[in-house]
Design a protein around this ligand. Structure first.
Ligand code: ZN
Length: 95
């Protein structure tokens, strides 16, 4: 796992991450994934923030929201400082 993938969590602003292998051998056999696909899915779903537990996919969504508001900090700080964002509705397909 690349340690330089993220320096700061876009969701909470903390700096500690963990990486877990989430695909198990039987599933790999069933799905017949290539090594590159396995690495991609393990990174997308298994790399997460130790503090807020968001995985890379969710952290990417948090970064997209902060950038849409032109905010340079975490989503947590954006929500704390911007009352207008609390009026937004977010559709989360995979809670
Ligand atoms: Zn976090």
């Amino acid at each position: 796992m690349p340690s330089s993938l993220l320096e700061v969590c876009p969701a909470c602003g903390r700096r500690q991450f963990t990486a877990e292998t989430i695909l198990w051998p039987e599933l790999l056999d069933d799905w017949k994934l290539s090594p590159g696909e396995v690495d991609y899915i393990n990174l997308q779903q298994g790399f997460s923030c130790v503090s807020c537990k968001n995985n890379l996919r969710s952290m990417t969504l948090a970064a997209a929201v902060t950038r849409a508001f032109g905010f340079d900090g975490s989503l947590e700080h954006l929500c704390a400082r911007n009352s207008a964002i609390r009026q937004l509705t977010v559709i989360e397909m995979n809670p």
